[in-house]
Every structure is written in C-alpha cells, then in structure tokens.
Design a binder for this molecule. Sequence first.
Ligand code: NDP
Ligand code: MG
Length: 399
Amino acid sequence: MNASALKPRVLTVLGATGTIGVNTLDVVARHPERFEIFALTGATQVDRMFEQCRAHRPRYAVMTEATAAAQLRERVAAAGLTVEVLEGSAALTAVATAPEVDTLMAAIVGAAGLPATLAAAQAGKRILLANKETLVVSGQLFMDAIAASGAELLPIDSEHNAIFQSLPRDFNGDFQQAGVKALWLTASGGPFRTLSAEAIAMATPAQAVAHPNWVMGKKISVDSASLMNKGLEVIEARWLFNARPEQIKVVVHPQSIVHSMVEYADGSVLAQMGTPDMRTPIAYALGFPERIEAGVSALELMGKQLTFEAPDTTRFPCLQLAFDALAAGGNASAVLNAANEVAVARFLDGAVPFSAIAASIAHTLEALAGGVATTLEDLLDADRQARAVAESYLNRVPA
Ligand code: NDP
Ligand code: MG
C-alpha cells in the first residue's frame, strides 16, 4: 500500500475561485481519499466560494476583500457550515504556511500571489505553482527559498509541466550532465495569430479573451493574445529549470496538443502531449509521483494535423520585451510584469487600445530597468514604481 493511500494530503488552494482553482477542486473531488482541504481563498466571488465551502468543507475560507468576507460569513452561518471566514491579504500567508498544510496550490493571478507563495516556499511546503508571476517577479529569491527550505516545486503551467515530465526525474538544473540542449516552449499563438498588425492594434477585449484552445482567466487570456504569456513563461522556465536564456526556444503550435518539449544532445526530442485541459498538469502535480485520474477526455490524434511555426516578434513585441527583460536582469522582470498587469487591466476596462500594452511596457522598462533588486522589499518597490510609471503613461494614451 502506498503512502498516499494511508494519509491524505492536506491542501490549501490560493485562488480557489479562479479557473485553475476550479479545475483543481474538480480533480480533488475525484479522489476524496487522497486529499483534505485545509483552506480555500478568493477575492470577490462570494457565490462560488460559498458553493466550494459547501462541497469541500475547508477549515478556513479567505476572501481578501472585506465586503466579500462579510457576505460569505453570513452565508456560511445561515447554512450551518463550520468553516471560519478570514479576510485580508495577510490571511493568505497564514493559510499557506499553517503547520497542518503540506501542499499549496498557488493559483492567484498576478504579483498579488507572491507574498503568500514565497512564504510557503520558505516554510518548506510542496508547492504546485500556477502563479507564474511569482517566478517572474522574484525568480532568484523564490528559487533560493525553495533550495534553503527543501520545499518541493511542481509546475502547473502546461508548458512547464510538460517539460518537467520530459526531463529526467533526477534533473538537478545541470543541462550538461543531463544531456539537455534546449527547452522548447510551445505557444498556441493566441486569438490574433493570423491578424495583421493594424487589426491587432484595434482588437477589443472580447476578441482578446476568446482563446481558441483554452478557457482561462481574463488576465492570462489577454497575455496569450499579446504573447506576453509566452514571454512570462520564458522567464518562468529560466528559473524553474536553471536554463540560460539562449537554451529556451519558443515555437508556435496552434493546435495546443504538444504542450512543450525537451531537446537532448543525441538529437532526441521528448514531448508531452494531451488534450488541452489544465486538469492534466494539475492532476500530475497533485498525484506526483503517481498518475491519477483527471477527468480529461482522451487525446484524439486520428485526422489531426500538428503544425509548427516561428513566433513573430514584430506583430507581438511583448515576447521580445520579455526576452529583453530577462537579459537585463536585476529589477527588469519585476518591472515588465507590473507594467503588464496595469496595462492589461486598463485594456480590459476599455480605457486603452491593445497596442498600448506593449508600448507602455516598453516605456516603463526604459524608465526603470537597470536597478538592482535582490530582496523582497526591492522587488515590491520595483513593482510599485513600475505600476506608477505605467499608469501615468497610460493616462496620456487616448482610448
Ligand atoms: P482567474 O482570474 O480565473 O483567477 C484568479 C484567482 O485569484 C481568483 O480566485 C481570484 O479571486 C483571485 N484573486 C484575484 N486577485 C486577487 C488578489 N489581489 N488577491 C488575492 N486573490 C486574488 O485566473 P486563472 O485561474 O486563469 O490564473 C491563475 C494563475 O494561474 C495566473 O497566474 C495564471 O497566469 C496561471 N495560469 C493559468 C492557466 C489557466 O489555464 N487558467 C494556465 C497556466 C497558468 P476572485 O475570482 O474571487 O475575485
Ligand atoms: Mg502556459
């Protein structure tokens, strides 16, 4: 009998009300004997959190927004649930690091997820990392915390999960020793893959969030449309796998069946394939090292064509900006990430055109990159400054 059959994993899900959170709880519900939910967190979606509390009976539910927490408290009291409702961002760290918790699903969107995820890394938890912005902002610091505490890090992002599956199980970040030449990140190309630069510049939020292959939160959907998502993933791969920037390649693969690849010195290229459904990487990480049922439909390859093409950094400058930020080092990735978060939010509000996203990030990088950022305070400072510079730039852009 294996260990997981004896003792369930005790899980906190940060961002439970989001797309990744919902998929995580779907997989968890398929294996009631394997998992126990300690805490679920959300920000604004009270109805969804209430339903999750009813279904999963966590010990704690966190709503970072105080009004949402107050509403949830009333609902759970009226329903006679025993869950304790907490509020505010500090509660995220508390439920991510509680001694009872052994596994953390980090699925908050944006740099807002960083403090609690970093604290869990310092506390030596098994971390299932969806929140790529944590690694983009604080890559070195985060990986150092993982190494120092002996925490276990399992990537949820489908590309990184694919690479993790395609690397040797004992891979320790030494490309030479493992005979690894390059990591190949596949990109769907997003909804604007075949549009002209002019059409992309004028694209609406509704067009940008209509991803051809994946159902995702709004922010990452816009990132996929601009290819910033792939840029963030390049930086994520740099830290997760200790890759040099030139060892990370991007290839556009519109069918989203090959989720990424590892190229070896002998010419072998190992890929992980599957139906595009985030429950596969989530189940892989939840069950690791065992494989568990995920509810995903089988991959149907008959009659399918798989195609591959080079990314176009002229129509999609955000990808190049991310490579530039990675090369610049220091505070640049934190600046890139914060400027992008601000620009995407403004774009989704209808306040600025799609083309303003790349323009404002380029402007903000120009203004701020070059600073040293090693401590969490430095990085949060770079994040704050970049938000201010990007805001003031975007205030001058006509809608
Ligand atoms: P969603 O927007 O669907 O969900 C985001 C979650 O974070 C929600 O639970 C939301 O709460 C919560 N949240 C939002 N803002 C804050 C805040 N300031 N403080 C605390 N919690 C907050 O995003 P996704 O699930 O799509 O993505 C989550 C992360 O996973 C992102 O980093 C994304 O890049 C990454 N990822 C997602 C993939 C996907 O397929 N969706 C694939 C690969 C990576 P509420 O909804 O209650 O307001
Ligand atoms: Mg991805």
